[in-house]
Design a protein around this ligand. Structure first.
Ligand code: IPM
Ligand code: MG
Length: 357
């Protein structure tokens, strides 16, 4: 098959982790006889430096026209003084919105080889950690009106958090569809004891649940959920939540798997056109040191093959290659222990690629 992939090389460690994922994709091309055409789509700080804006029109167009987009991470202190609408993060948010990607899926699972990296007590970790966070991605406080004004002689700032029923309904369906393919349980996370958006969220999710009689639905307040993730993670199958809560809970959840460097994500809208990125940031302090863990990006590339390019066995091959490399005792510095062998970012990409040949 021939496919076009938009490439967002990003900031900080991002060009390195994307480079490692490309080595793995090259191995997939060779083994399975595919051709991937890459189109560069600068977004974030890199785009600000080169074009003055965090999301050049050309980049958005390239991402929309390609079969899928693969990204590392964006942002860094270098662009902290940019006005809010020109920050690197705004480029990413406008890209997600411009592509209509309302469903962000973040799988949280622990590789058996990394069990010793889990900071939870043995009896809790042994319950098994295997759940998915389905995060609404283009609504809520991220996309409401942001403003800072003078009021009563001081500055006052506000961010509007809003959700309409159709936005809740469509993301709820993603979560229920996913639960049907898993253990048939959805935990909808909100703050319905305080927020109107959460009360509408809960009511709408309950309506959608009627379409899925086989799926068990429970509701949980977000503060309780953040506690339950470390107290009893085995209870979760699919966590469904809004944008800001999902941002926070997914960073927390990544930690119980050992390292945030391991977690991939997919962002999809209608159809199977998506954006794939690890959930971690651009780690500017590590830029150029070749010590970042590219596995989150490599596994994001696997998700891209599965969900946007219709290449299941190729995706399986990447996931298996990652598992095999870990089984052989190869590690990046974030998941390294005594007796294991350290690899740099580039070398980890090559090791995984070698397993695919
Ligand atoms: C994430 C990131 C982004 C978000 C930032 C970079 C805007 O934290 O993908 O989780 O908040 O969505
Ligand atoms: Mg985040």
């Amino acid at each position: 098959m021939e496919k076009t992939i938009a490439l967002i090389r990003g900031d900080g460690i991002s060009p390195e982790i994307v480079g490692a994922a490309l080595d793995v994709l090259n191995a997939v091309e060779k083994k399975y006889g595919h051709t991937f055409h890459y189109v560069e789509a600068p977004v974030g700080g890199d785009a600000i430096d080169r074009f003055g804006v965090p999301l050049p029109e050309e980049s958005l167009k390239a991402c929309k026209e390609a079969d899928a987009a693969l990204m590392g991470a964006i942002g860094g202190p270098k662009w902290d003084s940019q006005p809010p609408e020109n920050r690197p993060e705004r480029g990413l948010l406008n890209l997600r919105n411009g592509m209509g990607l309302y469903a962000n899926v973040r799988p949280i699972r622990i590789f058996p080889e990394l069990a010793c990296d889990c900071p939870l007590r043995e009896d809790i970790a042994s319950e098994g950690i295997d759940f998915v966070i389905v995060r609404e991605l283009i609504g809520g406080a991220y996309f409401g009106e942001h403003k800072t004004v003078e009021r009563d002689g001081e500055l006052y700032a506000s961010d509007i958090m809003g959700y309409s029923e159709h936005e809740i309904r469509r993301i709820a369906r993603v979560a229920f569809d996913m639960a049907m393919k898993r253990r048939k349980k959805v935990t909808s996370v909100d703050k319905a004891n305080v927020l109107d958006t959460s009360r509408l969220w809960r009511k709408t999710v309950e309506e959608v649940a009627k379409e899925y009689p086989e799926v068990e639905l429970n509701h949980m307040y977000v503060d309780n959920c953040s506690m339950q993730i470390i107290k009893h993670p085995g209870q979760f199958d699919v966590i469904l939540t809004e944008n800001l809560f999902g941002d926070i809970l997914s960073d927390e959840a990544s930690q119980i798997t050992g390292s945030i460097g391991m977690i991939p994500s997919s962002s999809l809208g209608e159809g199977n056109h998506g954006l794939y990125e690890p959930i971690h940031g651009s780690a500017p302090k590590h830029a150029g040191l070749n010590d970042a863990n590219p596995i989150g990006t490599i596994l994001s590339a696997a998700m891209m093959l599965r969900y946007s390019l219709d290449m299941d066995k190729e995706a399986d091959a990447i996931e298996q290659a990652v598992a095999d490399v870990l089984k052989d005792g190869w590690r990046c510095q974030d998941i390294l222990h005594e007796g294991e062998q350290l690899l740099g970012c580039k070398e980890m990409g090559q090791k995984v690629a070698e397993k695919i040949v």
